[in-house]
Design a protein around this ligand. Structure first.
Ligand SMILES: O=C(O)c1cc(=O)[nH]c(=O)n1[C@@H]1O[C@H](COP(=O)(O)O)[C@@H](O)[C@H]1O
Length: 235
């Protein structure tokens, strides 16, 4: 069965307080089903906000981008998943031993699906090369994606520029989550590898992550509705 557009959009709650985040959630309840809690909100509110969202019937994508030694990341996965998040991010560049330790730890409470972030969508070739990686973003994404898959991680975060290749390489069942989404005419900000919702879905994205184009819109519910329509049209 084809997933509904609501199951393919996660709204990034990049806010400093629970109040600010829940004000937006109230505006979007009925329209959106998935909310992403990232480091800004999680460092301020911890698991209690995740529990609040779960108790209100939403799915939570906990985006902590864990990146440390394997033992520390495994502990982080266990602590972070106590509140029942459905998705949790780690950095693929932490390496295969770190990803395998995270995958093993994720089999505990709630069994969240682990997503490995490949190359951040805010990085272009120059930014990536400055870190000592001479591959292009596309080459590095593919390399890290294969490494993540063989380490037992359940899904990947990449940009819409690479999602077509990953879909072709990894098959229909791969969980491919795409941030850096910019509806036509919206502000690009710090993102570098971007695409419209329609293009990202058409190229094979499983799910889109959208922050500012919704959260900073004059009418967030209307902005989310338009994105859901694009997802539907491209599905
Ligand atoms: O893991 C992520 O969600 C993520 C990975 C990535 O490569 N790029 C990226 O932008 N994100 C997150 O996706 C969201 C994008 O927000 P906007 O740029 O405001 O739409 C932010 O919360 C980022 O932390």
């Amino acid at each position: 069965m084809r997933p509904s557009p609501k199951d393919r959009l996660a709204v990034a709650l990049d806010f400093p307080t629970a109040k600010a985040a829940l004000d937006l959630v109230d505006q979007l309840s009925g329209t959106c089903q998935w909310f992403k809690v990232g480091m800004e909100l999680y460092y301020a509110t911890g698991n209690s906000l995740v529990e609040t969202l779960r108790n209100r019937g939403f799915n939570v994508f906990l985006d902590l981008k864990l990146h440390d030694i394997p033992n520390t990341v495994a502990g982080g996965v266990r602590s972070a998943t106590q509140a029942g998040a459905s998705l949790l991010t780690i950095h693929a560049s932490g390496g295969p031993a770190m990803m395998a330790a995270a995958a093993e730890a994720a089999t505990g409470y709630g069994s969240p699906r682990l997503l490995a972030v490949t190359v951040l969508t805010s990085m272009d070739a120059a930014q990536l090369n400055a870190t000592g990686v001479s591959s292009t973003p596309a080459e590095q994404v593919l390399r890290l994606a294969k490494l993540a898959q063989s380490s037992g991680v359940h899904g990947l975060v990449c940009s819409a520029e690479e999602v077509g290749t990953l879909r072709a390489e990894l098959g229909d069942d791969a969980l491919l989550v795409i941030p850096g989404i910019r509806p036509a005419g919206s502000e690009i900000g710090d993102q570098k590898r971007i695409a419209t919702p329609h293009a990202a879905i058409e190229r094979g994205a499983s799910m889109l992550v959208v922050g500012r184009p919704i959260t900073q819109a004059a009418n967030p519910a209307e902005a989310a509705e338009l994105i859901l329509k694009e997802i539907e049209a491209a599905s």
